[in-house]
Design a protein around this ligand. Structure first.
Ligand SMILES: *Cc1c(COP(=O)(O)O)cnc(C)c1O
Length: 390
């Protein structure tokens, strides 16, 4: 074996390495941080307004409102709709916890919807079937970077005048029929958690909306309902995007298109590599919907032969990063047992939780690393077949 081939075969592949992207921008980010340190404006600095206008441009939306996290963005969106006890909120069960916990925190009833097996995104028919006279909001999630069938969901919601809040935490820059995620519903919720496509140096979030009065209300609610200073119109929360985070994100957002393109190229390469690996009997590759611009926050394969956990362990032992998003659907979480969705009630969600395996897809992942990921998966099956034959 030649030296080059040996190097290709060796070494771990991390699931995510945020340093690769950030190190390239080290000087630029440090000088942006330095400017904030020197200004002393750690809250409400000009960098926050700058990032808000950059996000408005990227998402083609009228208003962007910074807040402390994606979780807070979701909570603020429901608060802006004045939701509380007696109100029902429809959310997918196959998502991150924060999509549902915002409704719980306001005393709303959570109604879990099932997903489409092809994309892991919420099934519009399941959403429609979950609507009751008390439904006050629907929160579709653009999971893994691909838009849910948002046009259909918005049509269903519009007929009954139910507001739609898009969870865009994993999908900044995604679009459906060319229209950006976060502009279909009344509000969109973004996250800058470090693993997201636009990741900061800690927590951060943003809301997007085209409705002027909603933008105003969100700003009021995110600052303790205070206007003017020390006069509180309503009870809000304290949720701000730090100027330091905004300064970092303002540098990184200029590269968002490049990051997205790199993620798309990596996805394309996985398709090509898997095609040559002859594992299609066991592995189903992620499916792109024809109208969706996928920004690939995650590359989620399905292990259809019941051996997902064995494959995951094998890969991790080999130093190949992989993760299960999400191992326990929300309707099966201990804290949501009282919501009334027993095991078996959302079959596609429960099957996805057993089969999904997420592979590294971040922009700086190299071709050799991707080859190694796919080669190890192929080897897992070769070895198990030869064991079976022996
Ligand atoms: C990350 C994430 C959130 C929460 O964002 P934070 O900034 O971590 O609070 C909400 N929904 C989804 C789908 C997410 O992936």
């Amino acid at each position: 074996m030649s030296q080059v081939t040996q190097n290709k075969q060796a070494g771990p592949v991390p699931m995510l390495d945020v340093n690769r992207g950030n190190q390239e921008l080290r000087e630029e980010i440090l000088s942006a941080l330095e400017a904030v340190v020197d200004s002393g404006r750690f809250l409400h600095g000009p960098e926050v307004a700058q990032l808000e206008s950059q996000v408005s441009q990227v998402c083609s939306v009228r208003h962007s409102i910074g807040c402390a996290s994606g979780s807070d963005a979701l909570l603020l969106a429901l608060m802006a709709l004045d939701l509380g006890p007696g109100d029902e909120v429809i959310v997918p069960s196959f998502t991150f916890f924060a999509t549902a916990s915002c409704a719980w925190r306001l005393g709303c009833k959570i109604v879990f919807a099932d997903i489409l097996p092809q994309t892991f995104n919420v099934d519009p028919r399941s959403v429609e079937a979950s609507i009751t006279p008390r439904t006050r909001a629907i929160i579709p999630v653009h999971l893994f970077g691909q838009c849910a069938r948002i046009e259909e969901i918005c049509k269903i919601a519009q007929r009954r005048e139910i507001p739609v809040i898009e969870d865009v935490a994993q999908a900044i820059g995604a679009a459906y029929h060319g229209r950006p995620a976060g502009t279909w519903g009344q509000m969109g919720c973004l996250s800058f958690y470090p693993t997201k496509n636009l990741g900061g140096f800690g927590d951060g979030g943003m809301l997007t909306t085209n409705i002027d009065t909603m933008a105003d209300r969100l700003r009021l609610l995110a600052s303790h309902g205070m206007r003017p200073r020390y006069y509180h119109q309503v009870v809000g929360i304290n949720s701000r995007l730090d100027t330091l985070q905004a300064a970092v994100l303002s540098v990184k957002i200029r590269r968002l298109d490049d990051y997205t393109r790199a993620r798309q190229q990596n996805a394309q390469r996985y398709y090509e590599l898997f095609e040559q690996a002859h594992v299609q009997d066991s592995i189903a590759l992620p499916i792109c919907e024809p109208h969706a611009r996928h920004v690939w926050n995650q590359y989620g394969i399905r292990v259809r032969d019941g051996r997902r956990d064995a494959l995951k362990k094998y890969l991790q032992d080999e130093g190949i990063g992989c993760e299960v998003y999400y191992p326990v659907p929300l309707h099966q979480q201990q804290c949501f047992q009282s919501c009334g969705f027993p095991t078996g009630s959302l079959p596609q969600t429960e099957l996805a939780a057993q089969e999904i395996l997420n592979l590294p897809i971040y922009p700086e992942l190299t071709e050799f690393e991707q080859e190694r990921v796919v080669e190890r998966i192929a080897r897992f099956y070769r070895e198990s077949y030869s064991r079976a034959a022996a």
